[in-house]
Ligand binder design. Structure first.
Ligand code: C2E
Ligand code: MG
Ligand code: MG
Length: 559
């Protein structure tokens, strides 16, 4: 059978070698495929592999017969050895191939997992902001094609920070998961709900022919969120505020989320736990907010923030005892703006941290200057809700006092009663830190909250500031006068200093002094003034005291 090879025909040898080589390669391929073949296909690949190996072996043997001059034993041995080597090489290559494939598959899987994670919020398993933006793009395109509106509902949980602060993050997380479930249940199958961060969700409601269609759905959302309950949390009252904007009526793809956000903000302002549709009035407010955001960013950099100081005097000696620092924004176009005009926007746009830190630093700088001028003084600083949440606040204050070489008692920190009552846990924690550091705290706007007087005995504070409303009615309302007197007496038992705010008339001052109020502050004494005017005022007052002691309010005004 091998006779044709024994002839010295080199062509046949070449063809035989080629066939042997090809068969070997094909056998390789068949065998490597075997690793990854499903059981029912394995038989076919095995048969193919064996046939081609046999073919390759047969031609290899033929070549050996030629090379070893018809010596069958040597040829058989060489062929067997070569085949064994080939099987070994095949085995090694297929193992390497298997290893590389497995690696490729696993990195493909982890890539898929990563991209899945990048699109999904891990807590609620809802699409995240990134995924939402993609869905929004597709949904607006569909809306443009069909000519039917798309509603964007911006959902924000009311007082979520309080839930987190007072009940802990584990309860906060559960609330988010429950709210997510409510929202998904409230929309239709074709709609999309995403969590875009913190306590904010967005629902894309497609095919909305009339606003009423969206009303039914957002109403369902508001009502079902009210029903949210968490095991062992009886007092938990969850609610949400929702803003709705319609595409394309209320804005293009770049404006529509901000429009829904602005409507949500209005729903919050109007009392929370409700929904509001975007309208022309909201559009104006949101434009103003955007403008303030833009201007505020420049305010710090351009040195437009100023700290003004309002004197506090001793009720009996009328000697200045300190001042309250009040923030002003010298807006290049709008003139001087007061804190209520811009602080809410600064907090909303995350710009209040830098602003608050600047206030403390600036007050320290003023105190340093007064020390240099040998005018002993103390400054009261207002602490915002947001600052209460800053665990590092006391450290930051201590660092600044150290940097300006100031005694701890030169600053007193005013925390409003409303902030204290709303965030009791947080307030107490922060109060502990202030006490540990030896810093004084004053309860500002006292009397505006329905809090019990007995609550005062548990607070480690140094001062009470009676709210304006008390001062305004102290002369002509004998009941108010009685209440103020009782507060002052109790405060004195608790060794607290009492300051009356908003003293505008001489008779208010006299009445307050008579019923034992320790210190006073108000337009009667001085309006808030710049640092330069404060220094001027204090210099004159100290000369006045050195020469004559007491002085009348008229004298103070004329300084
Ligand atoms: P507040 O701490 O109760 O400050 C007293 C406010 O009453 C000041 O208003 C002051 O100008 C005003 N005022 C003083 N005397 C009288 C008076 O005789 N009659 C009347 N009607 N008002 C008087 P302002 O400067 O507009 O500040 C308002 C609030 O803004 C402050 O209330 C305080 O809570 C907050 N605030 C001011 N500056 C800062 C600050 O630097 N940081 C923080 N977080 N809040 C600040
Ligand atoms: Mg204050
Ligand atoms: Mg006050």
């Amino acid at each position: 059978m091998l006779g044709f090879i024994t002839t010295n025909n080199l062509w046949w040898i070449a063809i035989a070698s080629l066939i042997a080589l090809t068969a070997t390669i094909v056998a390789f391929r068949f065998t490597t495929r075997l690793w990854f073949t499903k059981p029912h296909q394995a038989k076919a690949w095995l048969t193919g592999g064996l046939s081609t190996t046999t073919l390759g072996a047969w031609f290899l043997y033929a070549i050996c017969i030629y090379v070893f001059n018809d010596n069958a034993t040597v040829s058989a041995l060489t062929t067997a050895l070569s085949i064994a080597c080939l099987i070994l090489i095949t085995l090694l290559i297929s193992m390497l191939d298997m290893f590389l494939r497995a690696k490729k598959t696993s990195s493909q899987h982890s890539r898929e997992n990563l991209s899945q994670m990048a699109m999904v919020d891990t807590l609620t398993q809802l699409p995240n902001r990134r995924a939402l933006m993609q869905h929004l793009e597709a949904a607006t395109r569909r809306s443009e094609r069909s000519g039917v509106s798309l509603a964007i509902a911006f959902i924000d949980i009311d007082n979520f920070k309080n839930i987190n602060d007072s009940l802990g993050h584990h309860v906060g997380d559960q609330v988010l998961q429950e709210v997510a479930k409510c929202l998904v249940a409230a929309v239709r199958g074709c709609d999309e709900v995403a969590r875009i961060g913190g306590d904010e969700f967005i629902a894309l409601i497609e095919d909305v022919k009339y606003d009423e269609d969206a009303v039914t759905i957002v109403d369902r959302m508001v009502n079902s969120i009210r029903e949210v309950s968490i095991a062992n949390q009886i007092d938990l009252n969850v609610s949400a505020s929702i803003g709705v904007a319609m595409f394309p009526r209320d804005g293009n793809i770049h404006q529509i989320v901000s429009a829904a956000d602005a409507a949500m903000y209005r729903a919050k302002k109007d009392g929370k736990n409700q929904f509001r549709f975007f309208d022309a009035d909201i559009a104006m407010t949101s434009d103003q907010l955007l403008e303030i955001q833009h201007d505020l960013k420049n305010a710090l950099a351009n040195d437009e923030l100023k700290l003004h100081y309002q004197l506090k005097i001793d009720s009996i000696t009328r000697e200045p005892v300190g001042a309250e620092a009040l923030l002003r924004w010298e807006h290049p176009v709008k003139g001087t703006l007061l804190p209520p005009d811009f602080m809410p926007a600064a907090e909303r746009f995350g710009l209040s941290y830098a602003m608050n830190l600047w206030v403390i630093e600036e007050a320290c700088r003023t105190l340093h200057l007064l020390n240099y001028l040998h005018i002993p003084f103390s400054i009261a600083l207002n602490i915002s809700h947001q600052q209460l949440r800053n665990n590092n606040l006391v450290n930051e204050i201590k660092q600044l006092l150290k940097r300006f070489n100031l005694p701890l008692a030169s600053l007193i920190f005013e925390i409003t009663e409303s902030a204290a009552v709303k965030n009791k846990l947080l307030f107490n924690k922060q109060l502990e830190r202030f006490k540990e550091a030896g810093l004084k705290v004053s309860l500002d706007d006292f009397g505006t909250q329905p809090s019990s007087l007995a609550y005062l005995q548990h607070l480690d504070i140094s001062e009470l500031k009676l709210d304006h409303t008390f001062t305004a009615n102290v002369e002509n309302d004998y009941k108010i006068r009685g209440i103020i007197q009782a507060i002052i007496e109790l405060a004195h038992v608790l060794e607290l200093n009492v300051v009356a705010e908003g003293v505008e008339t001489e008779s208010q001052r006299q009445t307050l002094a008579e019923i034992g109020c320790d210190q006073m502050q108000g337009f009667l004494i001085s309006r808030p003034v710049s640092e330069e005017n404060l220094v001027h005022l204090l210099k004159k007052l100290s000369t006045h005291f050195e020469s004559g002691g007491e002085f009348s309010m008229d004298e103070l005004k004329n300084l």
